[in-house]
Design a protein around this ligand. Structure first.
Ligand code: NAD
Length: 483
């Protein structure tokens, strides 16, 4: 069944029509479990972006003037369309991302929930328009409207295909924006189903356009005159380039960027619960998460017991192909990412860091890295400071909650954080002081569509999900009149 997606010839969806991309490259879609080529697809190019942006521009007025209730019907259609394709989408992610089945299923369910959630917000929009404001003095009144910002350009990464795109497409379409989305060159297939579903549900032509391709397509998006906002998810390095590219036109951007997030374990924590939260936070998706809690900050008094239990469980983690029975962690998705992670591990070892487990590649085909833990990592070391985007945990000890908070906040990033403590109020007091956009207390990294997603400091600009995700695609208009 997944083969139907792997064999796609048309990888550009513009103005409601499928086309063969006009880029210069053929993208190789890799299976990271073997390193073999799953499919080759023709990339789109700058010319496709130009046409897509024009189509989004033409479709904007009609879509903007449709009611929120009408747009909600289409969003529910996207949710249904994803649901009916769940098996295929799961299998493609297992093949192309190396995600274990459960993780691939979570991703598809997350995308479905996102479309359903924004359908509900779109239904509520009509009743929120023209809210009356009675101004002081009584001679004037205002009417407040929430209007779509315009056709939007969207650029997404490869680590959670479907999800990062759903988090943009659903709120943008709900708000009344039209969109041109560029998928990642590493995972170009799954998100094409949004084009299939658009056709199936009769979405007006040009409301959603998809162009597959690499950096040149992203650059073209930042230059398209029809687009009035760029919504980007990816690395800080490319996020900065996107921001610079649109700064000349003062175009608004939202940036969902990287992180180097802390997990704090207090002296009273339950060891089993802490181990489970730590492992989920750094080994889920083989650590390829912007939200990886890759810095463990643990109270000195329980560190030996915690580390012993953590190392035991980490050694027992079954790493393998998603198609092998019992696999708990898959390969890294791309060869480049695998090399980068192995290089960072090798540097840390040559710098004399204490590697408790893991510390290298697994001797088999594919992009497999052993789940790795470095103990007592100096805070100036790159393993402690830089985003690794792989299954690598760095640990440190502290003597108080106060010190834990200071160490947690000593980073350029501020995306997420976790706290594990038997005493909920103590956990909450710490959560209040961590400088990050989402904090989990005594729970794995669950993300609900109505929570806020985004970072402080260099982790980005803006918030996705929740009502904030919707307002990111809206501008407020105030109409003033005499009473
Ligand atoms: P990346 O920055 O290399 O690429 C992201 C996207 O930008 C890709 O589609 C790529 O083709 C495109 N691109 C590359 N050069 C461009 C340019 N000059 N102009 C416009 N677009 C360009 O990131 P990646 O390796 O795909 O993803 C990993 C990064 O994404 C990590 O840093 C991770 O933390 C981050 N991420 C953040 C979130 C979040 O919600 N904060 C979620 C997922 C991933």
């Amino acid at each position: 069944m997944a083969e139907a997606l792997l064999e796609r010839e048309h990888t550009v969806f513009v103005g409601g029509k499928w086309k063969t991309g006009r880029g210069s490259e053929r993208l190789e879609v890799i299976d990271p479990s073997s390193g073999g080529v799953l499919a080759r697809v023709q990339a789109g190019g700058a010319e496709d972006v130009e046409k897509a942006a024009q189509a989004a521009g033409r479709a904007f007025d009609g879509w903007k003037r449709s009611t929120g209730a009408a747009r909600a019907q289409y969003l529910r259609g996207f949710a249904r369309g994803l649901k009916s394709r769940k098996n295929i989408l799961v299998r493609v992610q297992m093949h192309n991302n190396g995600k274990p089945r459960l993780e691939a299923e979570i991703d598809v369910d997350d995308a479905i929930a996102c479309f359903d959630y924004y359908a509900t917000l779109a239904e509520g929009l009509d009743g929120r328009q023209d809210m009356r404001v009675d101004h002081a003095g009584g001679t004037h009144f205002g009417l407040v409207r929430h209007e779509p910002v315009g056709p939007v350009g969207m650029i997404v990464p490869w680590n959670f295909p479907l999800v990062t795109s759903a988090w943009k497409i659903a709120p943008a379409l709900a708000a009344g924006c039209t969109a041109v989305m560029k998928t990642s060159e590493m995972t170009p297939l799954n998100e094409l189903v949004y084009g299939d579903i658009a056709t199936e549900i009769g979405l007006p032509a040009g409301v959603l356009n998809i162009v597959t391709g690499g950096a040149d397509v992203g650059v073209a998006l930042t230059r398209a005159p029809e687009l009035r906002k760029i919504s980007f998810t990816g690395s800080n390095m490319i996020g900065a380039k996107v921001m610079a590219a649109v700064s000349g036109r003062c175009l608004p951007v939202s940036l969902e960027l990287g992180g180097k997030s802390p997990i704090i374990v207090t002296a009273d924590a339950d060891i089993d619960q802490a181990v489970s939260c730590i492992m989920g936070g750094v080994f889920f998706n083989a650590g390829q998460m912007c939200s990886a809690t890759s810095r463990l900050i643990v109270d000195k008094s329980i560190e030996p017991r915690l580390i012993e239990a953590l190392v035991d469980k980490t050694r027992a983690l079954k790493v393998g192909s998603p198609f092998e029975d019992g696999t708990e962690m898959g390969p890294l998705t791309t060869a480049a990412q695998c090399h980068k992670v192995l290089w960072m591990i090798a540097e840390a070892k040559s710098d004399g860091l204490d590697c408790l487990t893991g510390g290298g590649a697994i001797d088999r085909d594919g992009h497999f890295v052993k789940p790795t833990i470095f103990r007592d990592v100096p805070h100036a070391h790159s393993i402690w400071r830089d985003e690794i985007f792989g299954p690598v945990l760095a640990t440190t000890t502290v003597s108080s909650d106060e010190e834990a908070i200071a160490v947690a906040n000593d980073t350029d990033y501020g995306l997420v954080g976790s706290v594990v403590s038997v005493d909920w109020s103590r956990g909450k007091a710490i959560a209040d002081r961590i400088e990050a956009g989402q904090i989990w207390i005594n729970t794995p990294q669950i993300v609900y569509p109505d929570s806020a997603w985004g970072g402080f400091k260099q982790s980005g600009i803006g918030r996705e999900l929740g009502p904030w995700g919707l307002s990111g695609y809206q501008g407020v208009k105030h109409i003033l009149s005499e009473t």
